[in-house]
Design a protein. Structure first.
Length: 364
């Protein structure tokens, strides 16, 4: 069905610009999940003051050049924030009338430094670009152009009469308010065709098609959110596993360093060191802690220290063997000399003279 052009009165009415919910938007130029709460909507409506900072009307979020208009007022209807505009450019009016720009997007400060609350920064009309906030009406509210200040829908489906407007600066009684509500509702539905006629059925089919499209969009958004959540949970599990592995490696390094220090202090033998390191790799942190506590309670082994040659002794013996090799280096092969060196290597405490003597005694 062909869409009727919007009138100037409709264009000057109330437009949906935001809804409470969690949406896929952008923050600082990067993709982000944006949550808009009912409190955010209420704060933007209550604190908006053109004298403090007037929100411009733009197209496609253009942040340069002239504005296409300005936000004149804000109000909250149910779960959505609505705005009325002023000084709209002729080009934007024509685009709105023809339906070229049917979607809207907002820029929001949270918090806005002067007020410390959520504040409307700008309203941008979108053409081909898809809006982040879904479910906004493509046309102005049915109450556009009226002198209503605010109407709050409540769960019972009724209206808060205390928030209804005044006329001529005087309070209206409940009967007058009710009459005005009925009149406005009649106007709202006056343009609809009888659903029994072909035109009425066509309109109903179009409305059902639009609702179906919105359901599909919501399902797609839900699936994307599930996928994003699943990916985030997988990354979190991998990160936790990596952290646990690094913590174990660090704890094992501390364990082996403590055992090596115990070996240097003669609390454990080299063989025990190798065994404890192998055993510790199979135990949990509690088991390794028990090993270190047991080793720490040991006294240094004097016998092991006496039996084990000191570094100085090892160096002195190596030097003696090097001297003996050099001594006979330029002489013909001497079997006794070679055998003596082998005996010295097998008997750490034996001198070269004693080794030669054993060779000679053994050859007799």
């Amino acid at each position: 069905m062909k869409r009727n052009r919007l009138t100037d009165e409709e264009i000057d009415g109330w437009w949906d610009i935001a809804r409470a919910g969690t949406w896929s938007g952008s923050a600082g130029g990067a993709p982000a999940r944006i949550e808009i709460s009912g409190d955010d909507l209420a704060e933007m409506a209550a604190s908006y003051d053109p004298r403090l900072q007037e929100a411009p009307v733009t197209v496609e979020h253009q942040r340069q050049g002239p504005a296409h208009g300005w936000v004149a007022a804000l109000r909250v209807i149910g779960d959505r924030l609505q705005a009325r505009f002023k000084d709209l450019s002729a080009s934007l009016r024509e685009w709105l009338a023809s339906g070229a720009y049917r979607s809207r997007s907002i820029e929001m400060y949270r918090p806005f430094e002067p007020t410390g609350k959520a504040y409307l920064g700008a309203v941008s009309f979108l053409g081909a670009a898809l809006p982040a906030v879904k479910g906004l009406s493509p046309e102005p509210s049915a109450f556009a152009g009226r002198e209503w200040k605010e109407m709050i829908l409540i769960d019972s489906g009724g209206m808060n009469l205390a928030e209804m407007p005044t006329k001529g600066g005087k309070e209206m009684d409940e009967k007058t308010v009710a009459e005005r509500v009925i009149h406005s509702l009649r106007e709202m539905f006056a343009g609809r065709e009888d659903p029994g006629t072909e035109k009425g059925r066509s309109e109903e089919a179009e409305r059902i098609s639009e609702l179906s499209r919105q359901v599909v969009e919501l399902k797609e958004m839900l699936e994307r959110e599930k996928e994003t959540r699943s990916q985030a949970e997988s990354r979190l599990a991998a990160l936790e596993e990596d952290i646990a592995r690094k913590e174990r490696e660090a704890e094992m390094l501390k364990f082996s360093s403590a055992l090596e220090q115990a070996a240097r202090e003669d609390r454990i033998t080299p063989a025990e060191l190798a065994g404890y390191l192998k055993l510790g790799s199979r135990l949990d942190a509690e088991g390794r802690r028990a090993i270190l506590e047991e080793v720490a309670g040991r006294e240094p082994s004097i016998l092991f220290r006496e039996l084990a040659p000191s570094r100085e002794e090892k160096n002195s013996r190596a030097a003696e063997m090097d001297r003996q090799r050099a001594r006979f280096e330029k002489f013909p092969e001497d079997p006794e000399h070679d055998r003596a060196l082998k005996i010295m290597a097998a008997s750490p405490g034996l001198s070269f003279g004693e080794a030669i003597e054993r060779v000679r005694l053994g050859s007799k």
